[in-house]
Design a protein around this ligand. Sequence first.
Ligand code: BES
Ligand code: MN
Ligand code: ZN
Length: 503
Amino acid sequence: MDFELKSLSLAQAAQLPCDALLVLVPDARPAGKPASPLEQLMAQAAQAGDLDTAVGKQLAAYRPEGVKAARVVLVGVGNASVASVRKAIAAGLGSLKLPAVKKLALVLSLLDADDNTVRAAVQTAADVSYVFTTTKPSAKPRALRQVVVGVSQATQVRKGFETGKALVAGVEFAKEWANRPANHATPSHLADAARKLGRHARIKTEVLGQKQVEALGMGAFLAVAQGSAEPLRFIVLQYSGADKASAPVVLVGKGITFDTGGISIKPAAEMDEMKFDMGGAASVLGTFAALAELQPAINVVGLIPSCENMPDGRAVKPGDVVTSMSGQTIEILNTDAEGRLILCDALTYAARFKPRSVVDIATLTGACVIALGGVRSGLFSPHDELALALQQAGEAALDPCWRMPLDDEYAEGLKSNFADMGNVAGRAGGAITAAKFLQKFAAELPWAHLDIAGTAWKGGAAKGATGRPVALLLQYLIDQAAQAPARKPAGARKAGGARRAKA
Ligand code: BES
Ligand code: MN
Ligand code: ZN
């Protein structure tokens, strides 16, 4: 899909050759004599009481006089906030989802569009026209080929436009991988996708296999993988956009390509949705795809521990005790709490990059779905500054999260008589106890955890990946790039002891 940004008055929009014009109409419009065909259309409709500017309300016209486009849809956008723009475009495109609409113009010229508005417009157009076709040859591929975004002053919103395009690349990459069934998205497939990203000049990919993971002593990760016939992969991506001495942000994505629960097996209903259990990994890959497009001045590391969680004669059993890479031992009381087991070793590994921050992203707990539903991702961090930065990035990118508590009392239930800790702590506060488990492996790191179990995909008739939280992550990285580069601490410390390198 191609996007183009144009300075476009309403008079010029009428002259634009395209299949459809979507004109966003805000509550507040300039008074004055309607001079061009589109203005006249609006004025007439308004006079007749047919122009409702509430968000998403529509008035459609076919071949109106003086307009080149065959279809014109006037869509109310209310107060023209970024969220309203997204809703309005989604609603308008819903009624324009026709195979005939190949070239579309989104006319934002009546709005005081800023970078965020334009980014949201680009993102929404891609979002609602997305079609998954990889394993469905009968699916009608996306008809929309070309989208012109028309604003009053293109030069002022160029940045938002470029960010929007990069975001589309990232979100669609994430959706593609998350949507693929588990037999088309094995750990090896994910590694291949990461290697492809590594062809970009600024991205380097390294893939570790069984032997190397054993040598690293990742006993918790190995325990999860041991029940599967699919070989595990530990994927390391490095995006270099800044000076070598600039401390990177490390993103850690949960890459369980299928979660049966293992010996603590899950019930059959909706188990297919556990193909999405690599949503965190997909969001890391997607973020790298976006970085490749946007090329911001920052260093980023992506870590993806990836395997299946299967029941088998060789599978890890409830009560087994394993030694993590950190040296801490874990009693695996429930093999379905596997995400934290693969992430804890990746967090230990992350320390070697002496990061300015570490953010893990995981479809970690059903409890988070109960707590926050599908609207906001769960955010957990003991570091106020980092938590705030992620919260703000989420708000700005319309990919919101909500901060949850991390009181030490929540860790009580993780105590074990047979190991340094158990991997579960009962049903109460399940999203928080999972985060407390991870925190034991991030002790020295400026760490945050995003539980995306409720936001990474939708169930039901609209079943499919959302591409979240790529928008949040990319925004956070852009914000970090805009700050003074965080230096790696002088006299580099050993892995495991890296401290926050403050800007
Ligand atoms: N991948 C699941 C979490 C999940 C479940 C995400 C449902 C989205 C929808 C995770 O591995 C898991 O099974 N978690 C368990 C933890 C429990 C055993 C402590 C859960 O949430 O039930
Ligand atoms: Mn599980
Ligand atoms: Zn899982």
